[in-house]
Write a new protein. Structure first.
Ligand SMILES: C[S@@+](CC[C@H](N)C(=O)[O-])C[C@H]1O[C@@H](n2cnc3c(N)ncnc32)[C@H](O)[C@@H]1O
Length: 271
């Protein structure tokens, strides 16, 4: 990439180091232009004249830094993204947990890097559909993008966004409202949206299932191992980890076991 006077190599190094230290997100020279264009947008929005002034602002003001990190995230998501994962959840993970957790009928799930909520609500619909009483579930959905978390809390999705939801689920769990669909209140109440940066220990514990899909792909390997090991700490004795289908723990120094099922692969913690 050619150096521009607007955003010099020195600027790029300072910004990418800051982003990496604060979030684990790793900008390579190949995707430098993405970082540059996101910074340009921020300068325009905030009427700031130089990348150096903007750097001073975000390193001196926590809210501005949060807003900047939000602006550089990629939030692409959709309902039932990678359907095989939800088949595995329904037909492999839940039956396994029901055998193991005989005295405790609650299944705790963490959707880490939940974006605008499609992933945690998909999990909620699947579980609501299959769990017999007295079983119930709790979902924590976290992200570092406050904008995304607000969309998730609202539980409103446009006609385009609900494409891909099987019609029986759409009828059962959504109300058709002006301009789109709204998730039923009781399902919304089962998902708690929380700000959390995966760079830090969440303090959450005892999850039976963690979904962290299409998130660590933006991290380098050092940051990936740190996050995966934090999941290990946050998970219960027998529990399951889903990562994105283009992500892998292969060759990484972690304690998770690789599990191959007829629906696809996932990882298991068993101690
Ligand atoms: C591509 S979306 C994936 C959404 C969903 N998991 C899926 O697979 O459809 C990645 C999400 O990870 C979030 N993210 C990236 N780095 C993060 C970090 N350090 N802590 C928390 N969330 C992060 C982004 O804000 C974004 O919403």
């Amino acid at each position: 990439m050619l150096e521009t006077s607007f955003f010099t190599d020195t600027d790029f190094t300072r910004y990418r180091t800051l982003v990496y230290n604060e979030s684990g997100i790793h900008f390579t020279t190949t995707n430098r232009s993405i970082l540059e264009s996101r910074i340009k947008e921020q300068l325009r929005e905030k009427h700031i004249g130089s990348v150096q002034d903007y750097y001073t602002l975000i390193t001196n003001d926590k809210a501005e830094l949060q807003n900047f990190l939000d602006s550089i995230t990629t939030n692409l998501t959709r309902f039932f993204r990678n359907q095989a994962h939800f088949d595995m959840l329904q037909d492999y993970v839940v039956p396994e947990l029901m055998k193991f957790k005989k005295d405790n009928h609650t299944i705790k799930i963490w959707s880490a890097g939940c974006s605008t909520g499609e992933e945690p609500y998909t999990i909620a619909m699947v579980l609501q559909n299959i769990l017999p009483l007295p079983w119930h579930f709790e979902i924590i959905a976290s992200d570092l993008s406050l904008k995304c978390l607000m969309v998730g809390k609202e539980g409103f999705y446009s006609d385009n966004q609900v494409e891909g939801i099987p019609s029986n689920y759409l009828t059962k769990y959504f109300d058709h409202v002006a301009g789109g669909y709204k998730i039923h209140k009781d399902l919304v109440s089962k998902v708690r949206f929380d700000y959390h940066n995966l760079k830090h220990d969440p303090g959450f514990r005892n999850f039976d299932v963690v979904f962290c899909r299409n998130v660590i792909i933006y991290f380098d390997e050092v940051a990936q191992v740190e996050v995966i090991n934090r999941f290990w700490q946050a998970m219960s004795l027998k529990s399951f980890l889903f990562i994105g289908h283009s992500e892998s723990l292969f060759g990484m120094d972690t304690q998770f076991e690789f599990v191959k099922t007829k629906w696809g692969t996932l990882y298991q913690k068993s101690v």
